[in-house]
Design a protein around this ligand. Structure first.
Ligand SMILES: [Zn+2]
Length: 362
């Protein structure tokens, strides 16, 4: 068996090459959805799909990497490792497994959390015929979250505004304001966009094509950047009464599983990718799991994301500053540590195995 850290690529291009080569060796049915834009070295971008098992399976298990672009290294490594270790050979009866590699290939290649157009794919699954949610607190703090200048003095001024907000309202309140998503500032963080992105459309078309006979669909969406370093928490988000919430522990277990059930009224989570996928697949029961691995402390991750936002709006992508910002971002997305990689890979395989057994046992 290959050591898990070898499944990790150092660029999107390398991740894609590993995924396609391993999928071919494994005999997967592969589909390439080519993105209209190119990567930073002119490379082709694609959402590649590797499918295992019967086309008309009643149980469908899906994994997605790179919803948040540059967070894609662990999800890609898990998908490559799962194939390389021949885990597709003993699928339960009547089950198919669909690996969606680099669902946001543009962000993965450019080492950005967002898609082309600065959209947070995990806030982009709204019904845009309805009015978009408001986040007035974000609007007030936007100038401090995304300062026009990235100098020591400009940052000190911006940070003092955010620190005052934390003193008055608490850190959790600031996290909610920033991470809750916003639809008013296309140049800001966690911006959900005004229309479905290429990634959203391609994800939903792929799932529709592979679930036509499904009676249960489970999915792991890999993320990094939240939580203690190396820890992998499963977040199950939905409304009370939905199958994904009701059967969360039956499918994913209770260890490291957090169920965040909402009250049923319209809320920020309407734009989450797994919420949108659940709506698309309905009435087929859907069990989505956002698997989030901690990398570095939240303030370090925030700082890296703010710097990247400034770089793409105001900076020079070919500068020394850009290289430093991208290096910090890569470290925030996927720490350069064999121990971290081994830990998160092992946890990924455990959650994957547990989820497939849970799906089979329904
Ligand atoms: Zn993420």
């Amino acid at each position: 068996m290959t050591a898990p850290h070898n499944y990790f690529a150092s660029t999107y291009g390398e991740a894609r090459q590993k995924f396609l080569a391993t999928a071919e060796d494994a005999g997967a049915v592969v589909t390439n959805n080519i993105h209209p834009l190119k990567g930073p070295t002119g490379e082709e971008l694609a959402l590649d799909v590797a499918a295992f098992g019967p086309l008309d399976a009643e149980r469908v298990f899906v994994t997605m990497s790179a919803t948040h672009g540059g967070e894609g290294f662990i999800g890609s490594a898990a998908q490559v490792g799962w194939m390389d270790e021949d885990r597709y050979r003993d699928l339960p009866d009547n089950t198919s497994v669909i690996l969606m590699h680099a669902v946001n290939p543009h962000g993965f290649a450019w080492l950005r959390r967002v898609t082309e157009g600065n959209v947070d794919l995990n806030r982009n699954f709204l019904d845009y015929a309805e009015p978009t949610p408001q986040n007035p607190e974000y609007d007030k703090l936007h100038g401090a979250i995304c300062p026009d200048d990235w100098t020591d003095s400009a940052l000190a001024e911006a940070d003092s505004i955010l620190e005052s907000y934390v003193e008055e309202h608490g850190q959790k309140a600031l996290n909610r304001v920033v991470m809750g998503g916003q639809f008013s500032r296309p140049d800001g963080l966690f911006y959900g966009g005004t229309a479905p992105t290429w990634s959203r459309t391609t994800i939903l078309a792929t799932l529709d094509a592979h679930t036509s006979d499904a009676d249960h669909v489970a999915l792991i969406d890999f993320h990094t950047g939240l939580g203690p370093s190396g820890h992998g928490e499963c977040y199950i988000v939905g409304d009370e009464g939905e199958p994904g919430v009701e059967k969360a522990n039956e499918i994913w277990g209770t260890d490291g599983v957090t169920v965040l059930a909402a009250s049923g009224s319209r809320s920020a989570h309407d734009g989450y990718n797994l919420t949108g996928i659940g709506r698309e697949l309905a009435p087929t029961p859907f069990y989505g799991n956002t698997l989030e691995f901690g990398s570095h402390p939240l303030d370090v991750v925030y700082r890296a994301l703010r710097a990247d936002n400034w770089l793409h709006l105001h900076g020079d992508l070919n500068s020394e500053a850009a290289r430093s910002i991208k290096a910090n971002l890569k470290e925030a997305f996927s720490p350069d540590s064999a121990e971290w990689r081994e830990t998160v890979y092992t946890r990924s395989m455990d959650v994957w195995y547990r989820g497939m057994a849970g799906l089979a046992g329904l």
